[in-house]
Design a protein. Sequence first.
Length: 456
Amino acid sequence: MIFPEDFVWGAATASYQIEGAVKEDGRGQSIWDAFSHTPGNVADGDTGDVACDHYHRYRDDVGLMRELRLAAYRFSIAWPRIQPDGAGSINPRGLAFYDKLVDELLAAEISPYVTLYHWDLPQALEERGGWTHRDTAYRFADYAQAVHDRLGDRVSDWATLNEPWVAAYLGYGNGVHAPGRRDPADAMRSAHHLLLGHGLAARRLRAGGAQSIMLVVNSAPVLTPAQVNDPSAVPDEADAAVAHRIHTLLTRQFLDPAVYGTYPQEVLDAAARNGGTGHIQDGDLALINAPIDLVGINYYNPCVVEAGPGLPADAAWPGSEDVRFAAADAPTTAMGWPIVPDGLSRLLVRLSRDYPQVGLMVTENGAAFDDVVEDGRVHDDERVAYLDGHLREVHRAIEAGADLRGYLVWSLLDNFEWAEGYRRRFGIVHVDYATQTRTLKDSALWYRDVISRNGL
Ligand code: FCB
């Protein structure tokens, strides 16, 4: 099973999940510092204060990437390192870190894929309203430009936002993520302002000469329980309507404005029921509809729903009245997430049909399992099986005509898994947090061979 010649193989991480060094070189506070330091928010009281200490160990970590023959490394920039207060003057010491990281990657012949926002909003901006506040979108564009001004001579691949659905709906809807607010109207406003920030930033990047710009979404096929194991199952009308609405809230809410400059009616209806649509100003959709080259897809598991007449909306899903979120009949990872590899090909084929103007890239895919180090090895057979199964579906989607440019495994390293803290290990490289020892898991060695063969 061979992949296209220019297929990009890599791995992904995010700043707050790996860097640590939260008080160093003038870094300001982010909403994740504030949130993780508030008791009860993160499992075991974990914080990103030290994480994988990547800020100090980035050279060794790039060495590991080289050993694994990665062609691409997707990482994110911590906005509070660049602008400690989220606005105004730029902190040169913060930029210097990413400058060195980019040079180290290029010296190892690894292409940097820079994500500008992977959830660590400067706390100072949250105090002014965070993403519920329209101005934050403009501040994001300024920050994006400052980063591009410094790195744009060496970085050609840019992503504006990581998973705006999660940032808006877990951050401001059910409060499971920072900043931990719980208000459906705030969540919907935030989703719009994130999109506005995406459009404004994409325009600045383009004006600065960026070669490739992408928006990264957490997408998933929305299936009825019967469809999980039988793609040919035909849902009844009520279930089909519910699945369509949830697909719209999860994926079309973000990709329709970005790619077509339109909001699906169901999104406007949901906003109308949750605080109104007054925050969507004339001209916003045109701004959001900035040309992009790629859509990044983070896929872990399908979303399974069926009609649930009379049920109230879930806190993370304003507009999800009368929907029952159901379990999938499938084995699960340590996160409890169902393993449905062919969900990925179903998703990719559909998105390439719905959004033919843009290329696709799998920007995250992977799994958490309870790994143990034995005699210097980690036999993570389940992760190898997970990755192998999903890569076969990536290949299948390419054969079916999807314009798929690459695959980035989540994650290079075990890291701070947000509200789950350090107890969930997603890395292909094991991290012993007490000693910061890195150990290549079997999945890392397997992935290196996949990359070398350009196939399975
Ligand atoms: C995604 C996030 C990423 C990681 C994985 C498991 O939603 O983008 O940071 O936590 O989930």
